[in-house]
Design a protein around this ligand. Structure first.
Ligand code: ZN
Length: 356
């Protein structure tokens, strides 16, 4: 069986330096950034020296990777034969304490992505970066950018100021649903709170492993607060979340829902079935058992072959060579992961009109 062309649902373009964004900032904020002597805003991603941040053979002379569209195409698109790749830019706009400055940087990043990336390779699509410090400003940014149909998703971070299900975030979901944009929740934090539920850790290993419980907390929040009930056409994509925790988490969530459902009557169906219908996960980092039988069992436990979306998580180091897909995957399932599931999830990928 020939596999379809890949649709890579999590690729990271690297902002080469703050200077690259300056031309895209409104004049007032450009002057402010220069006058205040801003340093780089790499606050929501790991530093370049972290081995996971950039795969060693993808690093350039500066020690970074994915800083230009040419390099990204050569390293992330061509080798995997990707038909589309969705760019998720991780830069510190959402971590800034000033709502106005955060909004200005989100606008600059989205415009930089459109001009410097999407205009230069028609295989590229992108997520809209929004200033979650202020949902009103986030909605304004969605409305401003969504007219460009190459933007296919709204990007949120798993670690923010408040749980994502809380009512004050609902305008973001309303705007996303209106424009047919899934909400993509990506690993990363604005560091308003410790990344573990028990306090601040010491090592990157602890930070990274604890992203998964963060995803569980956010999924529980979205479910319990009623986001899935209020926005029936909204899809949520968990990106770089890992996948193997999902079945055990759903067993636990469903168990306690059975006993406590009277307090959240809007969750009228078992949480596992809501998640199966409304939530998707990107593939890398794939943390399933290493043997073929283990992967098959995991898929059985997940209860659906529509959960997973192909991703390389370029340029992060999750695998070597071209081993983005786990070995021994059933070809029919592989085809779904590579293309069918992404095309169902991202309606705008089916839009052949391209940019407006
Ligand atoms: Zn990622």
């Amino acid at each position: 069986m020939t596999l379809p062309a890949a649709i890579d649902c999590d690729v990271h373009p690297t902002v080469p330096s703050l200077a690259a964004l300056l031309p895209y900032l409104p004049e007032m904020w450009r002057d402010t950034v220069i006058r205040r002597g801003f340093e780089e805003l790499n606050t929501i991603s790991y530093p370049s020296v972290n081995p996971l941040t950039f795969r060693s053979d993808w690093r350039d002379a500066t020690g970074k990777a994915g800083t230009s569209v040419e390099t990204l195409a050569k390293q992330a698109l061509d080798p995997f034969g990707s038909r589309f790749a969705i760019l998720n830019c991780l830069y510190g706009a959402q971590a800034l304490f000033s709502e106005d400055l955060g909004a200005a940087f989100c606008q600059a990043i989205n415009d930089w992505i459109a001009r410097e990336w999407l205009d230069k390779d028609d295989r590229l699509r992108a997520s809209i970066i929004v200033p979650t410090q202020n949902p009103e400003r986030a909605v304004e940014e969605i409305e401003r950018v969504a007219v460009d149909r190459r933007f296919v998703q709204v990007l949120l971070l798993v670690g923010g100021e408040i749980p994502l299900g809380r009512r004050q975030n609902w305008p973001i979901y309303a705007a996303a649903e209106k424009h047919g944009l899934p909400i993509g929740i990506h690993a990363g934090s604005t560091y308003r709170h410790p990344v573990t539920p028990v306090g601040w850790p010491s090592y990157f290993t602890e930070d990274y492993v604890n992203q998964a419980p963060g995803f569980q907390s956010q999924l529980t929040s979205l479910m319990s607060e009623g986001v899935f009930a209020k926005f029936p056409d909204l899809t949520v994509v968990l990106m770089e979340s890992g996948v193997s925790w999902l079945p055990a988490y759903l067993w636990r969530l469903t168990k306690f829902w059975k006993g406590l459902r009277a307090e959240i009557p809007w969750v009228s169906d078992p949480p596992a079935s809501i998640v199966r219908d409304r939530v998707r996960m990107t593939l890398q980092p794939f943390d399933a058992p290493p043997d073929d039988g283990g992967i098959a069992r995991l898929m059985e436990h997940m209860g659906s072959d529509e959960f997973l979306l192909f991703s390389t998580d370029y340029p992060h180091w999750q695998f070597d060579g071209l081993a983005a897909l786990p070995a021994g995957l059933d070809p029919v399932l592989a085809a779904k992961i590579m293309a069918e599931n992404p095309l169902r999830t991202y309606s705008r990928l089916n839009d052949m009109k391209g940019a407006t």
